[in-house]
Write a protein that binds this ligand. Sequence first.
Ligand code: SDX
Length: 434
Amino acid sequence: MTETPEQTFTLTNDQTGESCKLPLVEGTYGPHCIDIRKLYAQTGHFTLDPSFTATGSCKSRLTYIDGDKGILMHRGYDIKDLAAESTFMEVCHLLLYGDLPNRSQLDKFIHDITYHTMVHDQINYFYRGFRRDAHPMAIMCGVVGAMSAFYHDSLDIYDPRQREISAHRLIAKIPTLAAMTLKYSIGQPFMYPRNDLTYPENFLYMCFGVPAEPYNVNPILTKAMDRILILHADHEQNASTSTVRLAGSSQANPFACIASGIASLWGPSHGGANQAVLEMLDQIGHKDNIPQFIEKAKDKEDPFKLMGFGHRVYKNFDPRAEVMRESCHEVLEDLGIDDPKLELAMELERIALEDPYFAERKLFPNVDFYSGIILKAMGFPVSMFTVLFAVSRTVGWISQWKEMMEEPTLKIGRPRQLYTGPAERDYVPIEKRG
Ligand code: SDX
C-alpha cells in the first residue's frame, strides 16, 4: 500500500463553502480510499454508512475480491488455482503466514495442527447440557466460546507465540468440535481424532466413523471436502470477519472472538444461506414451480429471497460458485448419485439469470448455491451445513485477527452514529403521565 500525500481529496460544503483536504490512499488493487480519520477533527462532521457499503474498516494483506470481475485471491493466489492445485493445509499456512509453505514448512505445520486436534476431555460434558435437537450452530457458539475456559496458557494476546498456539488450537480443534456436534445430534459416540489421517480425512472419519467397524477413507469425498474447505477459508471483511475483528479490538481472547464470528455467520443472509438453499429447493419441489418462486423473490411485499443468489460485493459470478458447481457434478457422478435437487438448482439458475430483475441487479449464484447439494451428497444433515462453513472460515477469522493484533497500535473499534431520537425534555413523574 502506498500513501501518496500529494493525492488528496477535497470535501466542500456547498452551502457554507467550508472544505477539508483528506489523503487519498492506494492499495495493491481495488478502489482508492479517502482516509477520513481526521474528518471529525477538521470539520466536526461524521460520515454515515449504516451497512458499510462504501467503508473500508482496515488495511489487509490477506484477501482481495474484485466484485465486478468475479475475482477472489488469497495473498495474490487466485482461488481457482488454489482449489485446483493446493490443499486446505497449504491455504491455512498461506493465510496465517503470508506464503505457500515449502515441503519442510508444510510438514511442520501439519504436525503442529495434527497434535492439537484433541480437545480437553471436560469439554465432552458441555455437549450433555444441550438438547439432542439443538441447532448445531447453537452448540458451536457455546463450545468454541468455552475453549477460553480451558486453554489459559495461550490467552496472552500480546505474546506472538501464544497467538500462534491459539491459532493452531482453533484450526486443529474446530473440526473435532464440529464432528462431536454432529455425533451428539444423532446419538452416536464421539470419535477421537486420528493422527494417521489428513485433515479432511480425519474430519470425515470423526463425522462418519463408528467404533463398531473400521472406517474406509473415500478419496472422492476427501478431495471434495478439502476443496470445500479451501473455497470457504477467507473472504475479506464479510459480516462474521468484521465481527471477529471488532470483538478482538477490545482485547477479547481469540476463542471468544471466533465464537462471535460463529454467531454472526449463522444468519441466513450470510453463512446460514447454504442450509437455506436446500430448504428453498425442498420448498420449490419441482421445476414447474420455479416461476412462482422467482415472482416471490421479486415481490417487495414478500420477504422471500432467492437463497444462494446475490452478494454485497460480487456483481458477477462468485468464482467459488463456479468451482462448487463443477465439484457438484464430479461428486454426484463419482458417487453415482442422481440428485434431482441438482437439476432443480441448475434450472433455477438458468431461469433466474435470464430474468431482467436479476440481471439488472447483477444477482448471480454465490458460494452457497451449490455447496449444500454436495454436502448433502456427502451425507451431512442440512443443519450441519453452516457448521462446515465455520470449520473452514475459522482459519480466515483467526488470520484476520492475527493480522489486526500485529498492527503497531490496537485501537478499540467504536463507530459513531446519527442521533435521530427525541430532543431534550423534562422528566415526568408517573402520576402525571397520560
Ligand atoms: C455469504 O460478504 C461476504 O463475503 C459473504 C460470503 C463470505 O464468504 O463470507 O460471501 C458468504 O454470505 C454469501 C451470501 C449468502 N446469502 C444468500 O445467498 C442470501 C440471499 N442473498 C441476499 O440476502 C443478498 O443478496 C445478500 C444479503 C447476500 C446481499 O445483500 P445486499 O448487498 O445488501 O443486497 P441488496 O439488499 O442491496 O440487494 C440489491 C437489490 C435489492 O432490490 P432493490 O431494493 O434494488 O429493488 O437486489 C435484491 C434486493 O431486494 N436482492 C435480491 C436478492 N439479493 C438481493 N432479490 C431476490 N433474491 C435475492 N437473493
